[in-house]
Design a protein around this ligand. Structure first.
Ligand code: GUN
Length: 293
């Protein structure tokens, strides 16, 4: 084992403490307590866990949170009406619609409705569009990609000119991470299921971001010695010895890749905690944007 472990848990705790201090300060100045509303549709167990963690983090940061749960058979109109109501609620500075929505609901239409000033997930097409354009700045950057960049910045003093490979092109992680790396002047390759000679392409990476959702897919011989490896994957694999019957692993075969990488993030305890820390930062920012109105 030679890689340095990039401890997202500790880094995220520090970010959350900074947010908490700023929330305390603004409230002492008589400004509003930041408020986050979550919208959870259906009973996806992973989504329930994520939403619960987001509320807990709000509580610890002194941020108000409002949980809205709709049943899996909620109509498009019901979801849209809720978002419209939250757009108009002055106590709510950030709105987070937990994804994926149950099939049958039009995700794009829902995300389009979120006020861009309350779009703490950064998924509104206008925020994503601005992210993709030179000279434009989104109001919010999606939380997992922002957390991924925050981690990379801790260990790569100059991202400019580095070869970055992003494995995966999802709307939530892969594509926005790639856009952020381009904005940081890295040379970026996006790989996906149709990429030819995948291990050869991945081996070019000085910075590798794995976000495909395939358990332990990235092997030791895919990784350039000394590379910075950020593992965004969270995959459940059967483990009869574990209390819950499964364990969580990333998209990277951690033990073997740690023998060659320069830096690696663990799963759990790497990118995951950063997502929530960035959501707290974005919610504080949303309250600051509302102050200016
Ligand atoms: N589902 C998986 N990741 C995310 C996220 O960052 N935000 C939301 N809203 N849903 C998700």
């Amino acid at each position: 084992m030679s890689a340095t472990i990039l401890d997202g848990k500790t880094i995220a705790e520090n970010v959350r403490l900074e947010v908490k201090e700023q929330v305390t300060k603004r409230v002492a100045e008589g400004k509003m307590v930041p408020g986050l509303a979550t919208v959870l549709v259906g009973e996806n167990p992973a989504s329930q866990v994520y939403v619960r963690s987001k509320h807990k983090a709000c509580q610890e940061a002194g941020i108000n949170s409002y949980g809205h749960v709709l049943s899996a058979d909620a109509t498009q109109q019901e979801v849209e009406d809720l978002v419209i109501e939250l757009n108009d609620d002055p106590k709510v500075h950030g709105i987070l619609v937990q994804l994926p929505l149950p099939s049958g609901l039009d995700e794009e239409r829902v995300l389009n409705l979120v006020s861009i000033e309350k779009d703490v997930d950064g998924f509104h097409p206008l925020n994503i569009g601005r992210l993709a354009q030179k000279g434009r700045d989104p109001l919010f950057i999606p939380c997992t990609p922002a957390g991924t960049m925050y981690l990379i910045e801790q260990v790569v003093p100059k991202i400019e000119g580095q070869n970055a490979v992003v494995l995966g092109r999802s709307n939530i992680v892969g594509m926005p991470v790639a856009l952020l790396l381009v904005r940081a002047n890295a040379t970026v390759t996006i790989c996906h299921s149709r990429t030819k000679n995948l291990p050869d392409v991945v081996r070019q990476a000085d910075i590798l971001v794995a976000a495909v959702g395939r358990a332990e897919m990235v092997k030791k011989d895919w990784v350039k010695p000394g590379a910075v490896v950020i593992d965004v994957g969270v995959n459940r694999v059967d483990d009869p010895t574990a209390k819950r019957g499964y364990k969580l692993v990333g998209d990277v075969a951690y033990d073997e890749v740690a023998e060659v990488a320069g830096v690696i993030t663990p799963v759990p305890g790497g990118v995951g905690p950063m997502t929530i820390a960035m959501l707290m930062k974005n919610t504080l920012r949303a309250a600051e944007i509302a102050d200016l109105k």
